[in-house]
Design a protein around this ligand. Structure first.
Ligand SMILES: CC(C)(COP(=O)(O)OP(=O)(O)OC[C@H]1O[C@@H](n2cnc3c(N)ncnc32)[C@H](O)[C@@H]1OP(=O)(O)O)[C@@H](O)C(=O)NCCC(=O)NCCS
Length: 171
């Protein structure tokens, strides 16, 4: 079952990630992951086949989060998603995910996949709330935990969980 959307705590608008958002998106990525992707990397990635970028804009129009996903045939993979540290827990990531799911349903996609560090509790809670279910695991996949994991320094080799959201029954 698809649960959309999370309760919005602030007014957040989601729109396509354009060239003018790249610097902000790169800064948000750097704050969320140890392996930061610069604006050039993001631009190259978005130029690849099947890639879509979305940004979440706060009440003043400021970029507070972004995501990139890839569609191939009738399946979608979340490549990355992050919210600026000061804007977290305001509904930005859930607004981004909800918009992606809405678009996937319109395109009659069958499923959305993503990988998450098992130590990343905020992200796991986000995905669980949207109905994602674990379908696989990669042991010791992550060399370092994401920057927002409190004990990131000790979680040197954590497992990647592969999650899936089934969209078929919602068509
Ligand atoms: C994970 C992340 C994207 C969540 O973004 P966010 O904008 O803060 O998430 P939202 O405000 O939309 O939260 C939606 C739901 O996710 C869950 N959640 C989010 N942050 C949480 C936290 N710190 N602890 C527990 N649950 C959390 C909650 O269920 C929340 O709903 P609620 O606030 O109504 O309880 C953000 O923490 C982030 O950018 N982390 C660093 C990058 C990262 O780990 N990306 C994911 C890689 S797989």
């Amino acid at each position: 079952m698809i649960r959309l959307p999370f309760r919005r705590k602030k007014r957040i608008t989601v729109t396509g990630l354009e060239r003018q958002h790249l610097n902000d998106a790169a800064a948000i990525h750097a704050a969320g992951f140890r392996d930061a992707w610069g604006d050039g990397t993001l631009a190259t990635m978005l130029g690849q086949r099947g890639m879509t970028g979305l940004v979440a804009l706060g009440p003043a129009g400021k970029v507070c989060g972004f995501m990139i996903y890839r569609m191939a045939a009738d399946e979608v993979e979340v490549i990355t998603i992050a919210t600026a540290p000061k804007a977290r827990r305001s509904g930005a990531a859930s607004a981004l995910m909800s918009e992606m799911i809405r678009r996937c349903l319109l395109d009659r996609c069958e499923a959305i996949f993503l990988e998450v560090d098992e130590a990343n509790k905020p992200a796991r809670a986000l995905y669980a709330g949207l109905g994602f279910r674990q379908v696989g695991e990669r042991k010791g996949y992550y060399q370092q935990a994401p920057a927002n994991v409190p004990d990131g320094g000790t979680a040197a080799h954590s497992n990647a969980l592969i999650l899936r959201l089934d969209l078929k029954r919602s068509h």
